[in-house]
Design a protein around this ligand. Structure first.
Ligand code: NQM
Length: 363
């Protein structure tokens, strides 16, 4: 934090990362102590308030996100990235989940801030994700040694085109829960509903939309207005949290709850994701990697629904969501047997945009 003309200010970038938007800070510009840092972030975002009218947040979990970045001391990473979810309507800040969309902005931010030297053409930034202790490599376009945000890459959920940011996840199985199937099963029965609890980068509970009398292609607004559905899903989530080694998740934003159904637009499957109380306009990045992984593995509720088998090697899973599709490319082996299954890498395309850089005013 700095004092500038008698005001306390924090240097800050506002960036779109994938289909989310957030505040990006250097770790050295914020208090390290959560007891001091979190009230500051709540105040900057304008939480708690449904509209976040007195802050920089956009009134939705997807636009109330924070990245804190620093140079890494690890041999296998250039920078460390801590993700924080600032609750919109509660005075809570959570580090219990990671975020692959906000991750898309971390590489450009690190280069712009001089934490990583840009190369000509493109620059690979190795990112250690502090929330889960796992690593990703992102490829940022840097023609003539400068970050560019303009380009031809399109992602569903964001209008227009931008420079591509390619993300490779390396070691994300069991990142938050300790194992890919944290309950020890590829399927569990909770409140008489068959679910798959999986963590390949994001703890996700998969449920068949049909089991709730839904078609699966209802809009996020329709699903959010169905109080009885939300109660049923939350009751399952609280039990799944315990099964997934996450403990009491009543105040956590994980696990995410993803309703699955047959595809409508040529993808492999269709999804609607509760994250966990609002419904995502698209789908989370790591959330979609967990969903894609469940498609490949026999015994999961998705595999039961789709009845499609995959050979070892490179697989591409197209996940449909409310505003389009999300493609996940994975390198897998041992898919015939859950005990020998390994995901060697998961890759996907995102874009990001620097929207503003300046000083956030501390109240
Ligand atoms: O799963 C929303 C988002 C996310 C998370 C959420 C994400 C991920 O779209 O990696 O990106 O599920 O809370 O930003």
């Amino acid at each position: 934090m700095h004092v500038n003309h008698d005001r306390q200010v924090v240097p800050c970038y506002i960036m779109r990362g994938g289909t989310s938007k957030g505040l990006y800070f250097l770790a050295s510009d914020l208090p390290a102590e959560p007891a001091l840092r979190d009230p500051l972030l709540l105040s900057l975002m304008g939480s708690p308030d449904d509209r976040q009218i007195d802050g920089l947040g956009g009134g939705h979990p997807l636009t109330s996100k924070v990245a804190i970045v620093s140079k890494s001391t690890r041999a296998d990473a250039d920078v460390d990235y801590l993700f924080l979810q600032v609750m919109v309507d509660k005075a809570q800040v959570s580090d219990a989940q990671n975020c692959g969309n906000i991750l898309a902005g971390v590489g450009p931010f690190a280069i712009e801030q001089g934490l990583v030297a840009a190369k000509d053409n493109y620059t690979d930034v190795r990112i250690h994700m502090l929330n889960t202790g796992s690593n990703a490599v992102t490829r940022v376009q840097t023609p003539q040694g400068k970050v560019t945000y303009t380009g031809e890459a399109k992602i569903d959920g964001v209008p227009g085109a931008s420079a591509p940011i390619l993300i490779d996840f390396l070691d994300i199985a069991g990142s938050s829960c300790g194992s890919l199937f944290p309950s020890g099963n590829s399927q569990d029965l909770i409140n008489d509903i068959a679910v798959t609890c999986i963590d390949n980068g994001m703890p996700v509970v998969l449920l068949k939309a049909g089991d709730f009398g839904l078609l699966g292609h209802e809009s996020p607004a329709e699903l959010e207005s169905d109080q009885s559905l939300k109660e049923k899903i939350e009751a399952i989530r609280l039990q799944a949290g315990e099964l997934m080694n996450l403990g009491d998740v009543s105040k956590k934003t994980v696990p995410k709850m993803t309703l699955i159904s047959k595809p409508l637009h040529g993808g492999l499957l269709n999804t609607r994701s509760f994250i966990p109380h609002r419904v995502h306009d698209a789908i989370g990045v790591l959330g979609s990697v967990s969903v894609a992984t469940a498609c490949v593995l026999k015994g999961t509720v998705v595999h039961d629904l789709l009845q499609q088998n995959f050979a070892d090697g490179s697989v591409e899973i197209v996940v449909e969501h409310p505003t389009g599709q999300f493609n996940v490319e994975m390198e897998v082996s041992g898919s015939a047997n859950i005990n020998h299954f390994t995901i060697h890498r998961a890759a996907l395309l995102r874009t990001a945009r620097l929207l503003m850089r300046g000083e956030a005013m501390v109240n």
